[in-house]
Design a protein around this ligand. Sequence first.
Ligand code: BDR
Length: 317
Amino acid sequence: KKKLILDMDTGVDDAQALMVAIADPGVEILGITCCNGNTPLENVLKNTLRVLKVCNRLDIPVYRGCSTPLLARQQHAGDFHGKDGLGDAPDPDAPGLELLQKRKAAKAIVKMVNENAGEVTLVATAPLTNLAVAVQLDPDFPKKLKALYIMGGNTESRGNTTVCGEFNFASDPEAAYIVLDRYTCPTYIAPWEFTCRNSLPWSFFDQLLAHDTEKARFMKKISCLWMTKAQSADYQKEITEGKGFNSCDTYAMAAAIDDTFITESDEVAVSVELQGTNTRGMMVLDYMDLLKKEHKATVMKKVDLEKFKQMFMNSLK
Ligand code: BDR
């Protein structure tokens, strides 16, 4: 089985990505490390446990991670994910935080990777704070990763949070910088504009969420707010050409699960802008190789949308 560690700030698309991973029989989730991001850390922890409960997988270890960015001012994405991070559709019987592991996220990442050297794929769908702290604790552990998949950054300087910044990178630019600089394992990036350009039709999601299963009902409840918002956000409609829904984090997850999911990509050195009135947090792509960085990342451009649909279908069965 493919061994995954998931680093998440569980909002709506993290939940979708997590359900896709859980549904895949070829995947073993070693642990989920939680990070501040879409919503404050306490909500992220609760939301992660809620998703695991719906999937009957409360056996998967969940770890508490960083509650603030390294340096940046804290921001959340309540507009899309709701104040609670899961569409403001609460579950009165949500599992309690006593289920969390004692070990903290960054230490847990280092330990799990060292114990499974060469076998672990890390999927990061949150601001990269936990990953930055992990590499400070053990500078060598990234060499033992099989691969790193990141949802974050942007390729056309189109922001979704600041003028030029995508949420995960703009929320903790210093952490993104450290990760892009120090994780020299095979690295795959699903940037913001790519997710928009590879969106799935709204009609597909309507059909999907109409399924009569507990998971589909849960997904429908938590996704309502995001879908309404995305259908009316002009800056996003323009780039998706009004076509449909881009479950951002699920692209990184699908690519980590299935090696044939990515159909077009660029190999390029990447970094992130740390200064600039409008550009702080923007991903930088060094196509001219001026930064002389040996390590190149695979930046996703196109994916197999039929495979993507199938993964979503399976996740709600
Ligand atoms: C990213 O920001 C978050 O709001 C989503 O969960 C995703 O990880 C998209 O820019």
